[in-house]
Design a protein around this ligand. Structure first.
Ligand SMILES: N[C@@H](CCC(=O)N[C@@H](CS)C(=O)NCC(=O)O)C(=O)O
Length: 206
């Protein structure tokens, strides 16, 4: 059976759980990281020397790095659905996965850390405002893209929607003043209505 190590409060673990649920996979999730520890034990470090979550083990194959895990699961279990067979659609899905990891998440991350993981008295409003402003600019770009398609890679939901869906879910749960991005809001509502997204969208930030 597929095993997933990682606490659900991690955006990177959320991607893997959502992907596995989309694919209807049976899996065991083992809490690790944060208050659950485990990541610094020799057994865990043998699986992931970065001491980070998530990690998966699938039929003896161990893999870390959340977007690589989403790609692997989609390719192995979701060909033609989460894993587009058309190479350009797949490249488009890939592109938005990379954008989530290298652009959107780093932009909004400081707001999350300040507002959710930092005691009120120690927060820096300037850091929050910079992250908010940066997040809005990136969402405007995504909004323009979604203005002409239902999902990030076109008409169908693919692996490309999952990492970004987790980050945008985080964005909408942050206690921030937000601008309106109608296409992103429509897309996010469609994602929220998916049964497989429930574990993520019903979770409070912590
Ligand atoms: N690039 C890695 C980043 C993994 C990462 O930073 N994980 C964080 C949680 S989001 C972590 O393990 N933090 C330490 C901990 O939870 O103990 C990935 O996408 O898998």
């Amino acid at each position: 059976m597929l095993k997933i190590w990682g606490r659900l409060s991690s955006v990177n673990v959320q991607k893997v759980v959502w992907c596995a649920d989309e694919l209807g996979l049976t899996y065991e999730r083992i809490d690790a990281g944060g208050k659950f520890g485990l990541v610094s034990t020799p057994e865990y470090l043998a699986k992931n020397p970065n001491a980070l979550v998530p990690v998966i083990e699938d039929d003896g194959f161990v893999l870390w790095e959340s977007n690589a895990i989403v790609r692997y699961l989609a390719a192995r279990y979701g060909e033609g659905s989460l894993w587009p067979t058309d190479i350009r659609l797949r490249a488009d899905a890939d592109r938005w996965m990379d954008w989530q990891a290298t652009s959107f998440n780093p932009a909004i991350g400081p707001a999350f850390w300040q507002l959710i993981r930092t005691a009120p008295g120690k927060r820096d409003p300037a850091v929050i405002e910079t992250a908010r402003d940066s997040g809005e600019k990136k969402l405007a770009l995504l909004d323009a893209h979604l203005g002409t398609r239902d999902f990030v890679a076109g008409r169908s939901f693919t692996m490309g929607d999952i990492p970004l869906g987790c980050s945008v879910d985080r964005w909408y749960k942050l206690p921030l003043a937000r601008e309106s991005h109608l296409h992103v809001e429509r897309w996010y509502a469609a994602l929220r209505s998916r049964q497989a997204a429930r574990q993520v969208v019903e979770l409070a930030l912590s």
